[in-house]
Design a protein. Structure first.
Lengths: 420, 172
């Protein structure tokens, strides 16, 4: 018998006998009401935000247990990264969490810069902050649109994607790509802002808070949304911390933990912004915290744009960053550096680094181990979606299936990041 | 992260613990702003428990590594975070591929559940006492541990249902 069909056999042999036994001892009551139903949600369910498969054990309409089954979009990105020189890894890691590509690139570049002990120019740090925060708004807009869709409100989706479109246009202006931009480089960013970017960005920053007000007005006092979100599936901060949950989910439970404030990186200490927190940690708080974060991100981008310092946009160290095009025509040395960089890439001294940042979903940490060659010996992403997913079962135990859908939406998992 | 002196103090405090002992801490590293302690694999849970009492109450991440060709080859690293002191410390253990056994910390730190499963899946580290040690990202019937450095890249058949009847790995 082949090993694949052995797998199928085992899959089909799943029995509920131990669960039923457990129910009998824990729940009591007549046997008819204890009947359990195992429902398979996904992997191709539109409400699971990607190819997430949930094995849900139901008792009537009440969720008894949820087992997430993942790995459907595992593409071996961490393995691929080991085969590429450091600067070629950036586009690969960007494709992990496909809604927060700037964050993936930031944490990877940060880890490599830490290994190189490289100083990033102030202007580059500000340019990074501008793009990171725009990315955060974009990610939250996609979350808001798709979550509202899960709750049955289709129009919010179109509105959110209208603003998202503007942000993607801005990304296209600065880097030529709408998604997976490869804008962040080790040592800075690939190019300075193009002409016309600032005006367009300022126009966007003027309308965005207004638009966020409109979404809030549309949802916050909507009876259906309130019924679906308020008081459903709460989980306390201590339990969330034990499960490793960070980001908006933890802040919704009342803990103002944000790495941008706690351990600032990329000049976040220069900006004045608040950390929105919730009180009880139910779905409504999760929703409200993310919505409030959009306003704070707008504030940060405004400040970064106002205070954008002059200077180089990437480290002038020619051993790390490509020489500008015009130098190649006049300088032999630049040509040599260029040749070395695009063929072998730069070498990184042996060592290990872990660089955590605050992504839209929580602590995104990149672990890089270098063996001294021009390719990383190990790249590992501590993806917040992957860790946060563990809390799902604890959140939804004892609530209705409909609340499970709402909770998955408020969890905001990105399967590209979970499976990598 | 604690400074070099702070790390030394932490190491000495750990060594004063009977469950760890003087031989428990193998190596102290303080390079490029990262504080790390390499410890004896047997006293992992005791070390983490003591660090938790010392404020490092959040387990941020568990990484698996393959140090090929160095021996012992496999490594597991635990990134601890102190949210009050805004401090980080890394605890490292090393095991060989012949007996890749590490005590699971999932009973003490529920967040390690998925992450240990990932390390098990990718590197073949066996976590003793893990409640549900199965593969997590690769298919259940997968052979080998793809993140090991000697695992070849590419040349792998795609798993379609169509191939179900064929032997896994056959080209048709």
């Amino acid at each position: 018998m082949s090993s694949t069909s052995e797998y199928r056999r085992r899959e089909q042999s799943i029995t509920l006998a131990p669960l039923e036994e457990q129910l009998e001892t824990n729940w009591g009551g007549p046997r008819q009401s204890q009947e359990l139903l195992t429902l398979n949600m996904g992997p191709h369910h539109p409400a699971t935000h990607g190819v997430l498969r949930l094995l849900v054990t139901l008792q009537g309409e009440v969720v008894h247990e949820v087992k997430p089954i993942i790995g459907y979009v595992h593409t071996g990105i961490e393995k691929t990264a080991e085969d590429k020189s450091y600067w070629k890894v950036i586009p690969v890691v960007e494709r992990m969490d496909y809604l927060s590509y700037y964050f993936n690139a930031m944490s990877y570049c940060g880890a490599v810069e830490q290994l190189l002990e490289l100083e990033v120019p102030k202007r580059a740090q500000y340019l990074r902050v501008i793009h990171l925060e725009l990315n955060r708004i974009m990610s939250h807009l996609v979350w808001l649109g798709t979550s509202a869709l899960d709750l049955g409100a289709i129009s919010v989706f179109w509105y959110c994607f209208r603003e998202r479109e503007t942000i993607l246009d801005l990304f296209e202006m600065s880097s030529g790509q709408r998604m997976h931009t490869r804008y962040f480089q080790v040592g800075g960013v690939i190019e300075d802002l193009p002409r016309g970017f600032e005006e367009k960005l300022r126009a966007f920053l003027r309308v965005m808070p207004e638009r966020a007000d409109q979404y809030a007005a549309l949802l916050r006092s909507n009876e259906i949304v309130l019924q679906r979100l308020r008081g459903t599936c709460p989980l306390g901060a201590d339990e969330l911390l034990a499960l490793g949950v960070t980001g908006p989910l933890l802040r919704a439970a009342g803990r103002p933990w944000d790495l941008r404030k706690a351990t600032p990186y990329s000049s976040y200490e220069d900006f004045d912004f608040k950390i929105p927190v919730g009180t009880v940690g139910d779905n409504y708080d999760r929703f409200a915290v993310r919505l409030a974060e959009i306003y704070e991100s707008v504030k940060i981008v405004e400040q970064a744009l106002d205070g954008l310092p002059e200077g180089p946009h990437i480290t002038p160290d020619r051993k790390i960053s490509l020489p500008p095009r015009h130098e190649l025509a006049t300088s032999m040395e630049a040509l040599i550096h260029h040749f070395k960089l695009v063929t072998e890439g730069f070498r990184v001294p042996a060592g290990e680094a872990y660089f955590p940042i605050e992504s839209p979903r929580g602590e995104l940490g990149c672990f890089v181990r270098s063996d001294g060659s021009s390719k990383p010996a190990r790249v590992h992403m501590r993806d917040p979606s992957f860790v946060n997913l563990q809390a799902l079962s604890r959140m939804v135990e004892g609530s209705y299936v409909a609340d499970l859908v709402a909770t998955v939406a408020m969890l905001d998992p990105i399967l590209g990041g979970i499976d990598r | 992260m604690p400074d070099a002196t702070g790390l030394e103090l932490i190491a000495q405090e750990l060594q004063a613990n009977d469950a760890v002992g003087a031989a428990g801490v193998l190596e102290r590293e303080h390079v490029r702003g990262r504080a790390a302690l390499t410890i004896e694999v047997g006293c992992l849970r005791a070390v983490l428990e003591q660090l938790r009492a010392g404020g490092f109450s959040f387990l941020a991440s568990v990484h698996g590594l393959d140090y090929y060709p160095e021996e012992p080859r496999l490594g597991v690293q635990y990134e601890l975070l102190d949210m009050e002191g805004r401090d980080r410390i890394t605890i490292k253990v090393r095991v060989s591929t012949e007996s890749p056994e590490v005590d699971s910390v999932t009973p003490d730190w529920p967040t390690a559940d998925h992450q240990e499963r990932e390390v098990h899946d990718m590197f073949g580290v066996l976590f003793r006492g893990h409640p549900d040690l199965r593969r997590i990202l690769m298919p259940e019937d997968y052979v080998g541990h793809p993140q090991r450095r000697d695992f070849p890249v590419g040349g792998e058949p795609v798993l379609f249902t169509y191939n179900d009847t064929n032997e896994l790995g056959s080209p048709e």
